[in-house]
Design a protein around this ligand. Sequence first.
Ligand SMILES: NC(=O)c1ccc[n+]([C@@H]2O[C@H](COP(=O)([O-])OP(=O)(O)OC[C@H]3O[C@@H](n4cnc5c(N)ncnc54)[C@H](O)[C@@H]3O)[C@@H](O)[C@H]2O)c1
Ligand SMILES: [Zn+2]
Length: 347
Amino acid sequence: VKSNNILFIRNLDQTLTQFFEGYSTVAVLLDQNTETYCYPLVNSILPEHIKITVPPGEQHKGLPACELIWNELSNRNFDRNSVLVNLGGGVIGDLGGFAASIYKRGIKFINIPTTLLAQVDASIGGKTGVDFNGFKNQLGVFNEPETVIIHPGFLKTLSEREFISGFAEAVKHHLIADKPGWHQLMKKKPRELNIEEIINHSIKIKKTIVDQDPKESGVRKGLNFGHTIGHAIETHFLNSGNPVLHGEAISAGMACESFISYHENLLGENELNEITGYLRTNFPKLRLDMPVPELIRLMKQDKKNKNGVIKGIALDGIGNFQFDVTYSEKMIEESLAFYKRQMQADK
Ligand SMILES: NC(=O)c1ccc[n+]([C@@H]2O[C@H](COP(=O)([O-])OP(=O)(O)OC[C@H]3O[C@@H](n4cnc5c(N)ncnc54)[C@H](O)[C@@H]3O)[C@@H](O)[C@H]2O)c1
Ligand SMILES: [Zn+2]
């Protein structure tokens, strides 16, 4: 497993050349925002390279962007010894990791995550992929980056909305694996916490789980807490041309899936209230007035399902979880109704 190569670099004054030794050529994948805000911070410490820029946003995490990357790489005669550097958020990491894994049966790639979401979650663990045919991450491969370079300074230019979206994944890590950590975290507003500590701790939790089960046949499924319902919500908004951020959808998904955990007698009522109270105060409230069958249709594409039955995570008390829990359609519907009631509670 290569996932040991996670570097935390507080000051970007040192050169990065040691990570680029032995490659024939280097390409840096960016989106238009990371080109503006992040590239200037690393340009001078990267080795000689070409730039490949794609438009920002989840709408561009697809095959057309892959083709753009593959065109650039082949037009510039990139061989199998070249390397792709993904400088951006989770979209750039997922897209670039996938494009690199396919090009000439696979070239190496390095992740330099620039969003909180990518630093605490997406850049770690080797899942790469793109959306296809209206479904999220429908195409993809497991493939670890050579190195992940975490520099918290990138977060300075991130919008508040993006910061909070990324924070949802840190909340997820605490809820599935660290009860005392959760109690520390929930006492403060996200911005009042030491973000470097949150990043390091989140990475530790994720890595521990991924190392036990890299290909997600068991415990790694726990990292999908909030994502069975959350991905359906995210996909629905994306397909309707009115996207919400990944972490926003996941925060709603975590509220719904906590409700299901409570219904399965795995999570106590106090714990449910603690979680949903926190989510309601710190994350945007989504209007979930789409038809429930539409969300269920989307959930049926989830990669964790078996034989058409929707399988998800249930919290087994805060800090523990069970996977492969059957989510009945009735339960899903009730959980969405619960979310709507919760969100109206303090209006
Ligand atoms: N592979 C995994 O394990 C994994 C895990 C979680 C999420 N994901 C995926 O990650 C994606 C979401 O990632 P994201 O939230 O980072 O989205 P993103 O990559 O779209 O970044 C969010 C926005 O912030 C901009 N941006 C990035 N860095 C910036 C900076 N430093 N300053 C200013 N603007 C900046 C981007 O251009 C974009 O507009 C989803 O596609 C999700 O499926 C993957
Ligand atoms: Zn996620």
